[in-house]
Ligand binder design. Sequence first.
Ligand code: FAD
Ligand code: FES
Length: 369
Amino acid sequence: MTEEDTSGQVATIAGVAPRGPYHALRVARVIDETHDARSIVLEIPDALRSLFAYEAGQFLTFRFEIDGERLVRCYSLASCPSSEGEHKVTVKRIRDGRVSNWIHDTLAAGHYVEVMRPAGLFTLRSREHPIVLFGAGSGITPCISILKTALATTERRVRLFYANRDEASVIFGPELDHLAARYRERFEVVHRYDSVHGLTDEATVRACAGVDLAADFYVCGPAPFMDVVEKALRGLGVAREHVFIERFTAPATPATGVAESSRGAPASHEPGPRQGEAAVMLRVTLGGTTHEVACEPGQTVLAAVRRAGLEPPFACEEGYCGCCMARVREGDVTMKANDCLDRQQLAEGWVLTCQSLPRAGVLRIEWPD
Ligand SMILES: Cc1cc2nc3c(=O)[nH]c(=O)nc-3n(C[C@H](O)[C@H](O)[C@H](O)COP(=O)(O)OP(=O)(O)OC[C@H]3O[C@@H](n4cnc5c(N)ncnc54)[C@H](O)[C@@H]3O)c2cc1C
Ligand code: FES
């Protein structure tokens, strides 16, 4: 993290100068939304406006240095790109969580944070059908961005099923009430409190899903909640391509193929290093510069590139956030898992570098600027 000094310059307080894909952004203000959820509003300088343009539902990747440890975390944008001029993320305090507690206890207006351009595939699709969102806890953040954008820019009907531990844990309560009153013809919020109604079950999800199974369904929340919603929607016969899932933590069952992938993208199994296998030469274009990097058998592209001292973007390292996407220009890879790229992106040559094992020969791979 960096902090503004008296001359208005960015002074590094943790010894990390902004570089690579990270940009130092000033925290304009913090908002305490509930007892354990805090929003951070970022100032985007004019020079970075187009780079930081985003789609509803996308997230930002932050890099922090806390107690000498460099930590990368993603936070979804809760603001609306079409009707709100600010970039706002909302962070829930996680028990023993290093970054979330630091954000709650230390981060303040005027501080600078290192942030990567928006990314993510959990976005509003341009269709005419209704939208049904299933959000729980901090999973509301990308959902509220999507619903505000759908209400502001389309005529689509929108329903939000929002589960929380109790009423005090509801984030954005007044904002949702206001939207429900303003768009009462086509927006509905269904609140559900574990303390009153019990945990969300499949019957509740089925009842809330509505009758239009061609609707777009968005799901974000703790893993057990998402499992229940996914199972119920599958049971109803909702097509996989109409269900969009954002994971904040690794899936309980890691994605290993079509059947496990939330976006229907194929992934093949890791072949593992074979005796006598040679390193593959990677030609890596990152930040506009090309480097030659050796990738040892069994090593992922991301690991090889980082080992060579480069700083490619990444976050989850488990194949579900999409932060580490790059495009293969020559050669081929095998992906160990893929829980976010769809068939079209795969056909265009996009891969998750954290999951990619290069096949023999030369691999030419390029990160987007
Ligand atoms: C694409 C994406 C978008 C995200 N958007 C948001 C967002 O909008 N708001 C938000 O608050 N978080 C969001 N997250 C989660 C966030 O990136 C961090 O994982 C979270 O803040 C915990 O980090 P930490 O350093 O505090 O915890 P850590 O120090 O990493 O973890 C401490 C302990 O908490 C557990 N843990 C980690 N994350 C969670 C979690 N989310 N829920 C429950 N237990 C957890 C770990 O298993 C560990 O035991 C998002 C994650 C992804 C991948
Ligand atoms: S770092 Fe998240 S998919 Fe690769």
